[in-house]
Design a binder for this molecule. Sequence first.
Ligand SMILES: Nc1ncnc2c1ncn2[C@@H]1O[C@H](COP(=O)(O)OP(=O)(O)OP(=O)(O)O)[C@@H](O)[C@H]1O
Length: 201
Amino acid sequence: MIEFCNVAKDFQNFSVLKNITFSVSKGEVVGIAGKSGAGKSTILKLVSGILQPTKGSVATKAFRLGYVFQKPRLLAWKTALDNAILPLRAMGVARREAMATGKDLMDYLGLQGFDNTYPAQLSGGMCQRVAIARALLTKPDLLLMDEPFNGMDSILKDNIFQLLEKKIIQYDATVLYVSHNTDELSRLSSRVIYLEKGRLL
Ligand SMILES: Nc1ncnc2c1ncn2[C@@H]1O[C@H](COP(=O)(O)OP(=O)(O)OP(=O)(O)O)[C@@H](O)[C@H]1O
C-alpha cells in the first residue's frame, strides 16, 4: 500500500530525511515514533502527496485517503458537522445523507449537541474529534494520523481506540500514524518505525 524507496527530503539546505526505505502492506497498522523534529509529520506529508521527495520515490495504492492532521484544520466559518462531512459532500454524497452519517459518528465521538457549533466555540480535543470524524467518514482505505489523540483524556481515548479498531477492520484500512506515546503506539500498531537523525531505526 505504501512504498518508500531511498527517500531523502531537504528543506532549503536542511536534510530532514536521509535515504529512507520501507513499505507498508495492505491492512497493516504502523506507528511512527521519534523525537520532536525527527521528520514524522514529513513522512505523512510525503505519503499524502502534500510534499514531494527531494530524492527517491514514494508510491501508494490508496484509493481513498483519510488524514488526521496534527492540528485539526477546521474551516472557521462552517459548523462542526459541516466540517466533518466536507469530504463526503466533495465526493457528491447528498447533504441529507452526509449529515445523517456524520451526525451518527459525531455522537459516537461524544459530540452530541455540538453539530451546529462553530470551531471557535469548541475545545481543542473536540476540534480534534471533528477532524477524526472527517477522516473516517469517507471510509478510507489509507488512514494517516498525526498525533490524533492530542487534547483527549484517557476515557475518550479509549472510546476512540475502540472506534478506530472497528473501522480499520470494517474498511480493511491501512494505517500509518504518528505518536509520542508508547501506550498509544502499542495499542493499535503491529509495527513501529523509529526515526532518528533522519534515518530509520
Ligand atoms: N515546510 C517546511 N519548511 C522548512 N522546514 C520544515 C518544513 N516542514 C518541516 N520542516 C522542518 O523539518 C523538521 C521535521 O519536521 P516534522 O514536522 O516532520 O517533525 P516531527 O517529527 O513531526 O516533529 P513533532 O514531533 O515536533 O511534530 C523540523 O526541523 C522542521 O522545522
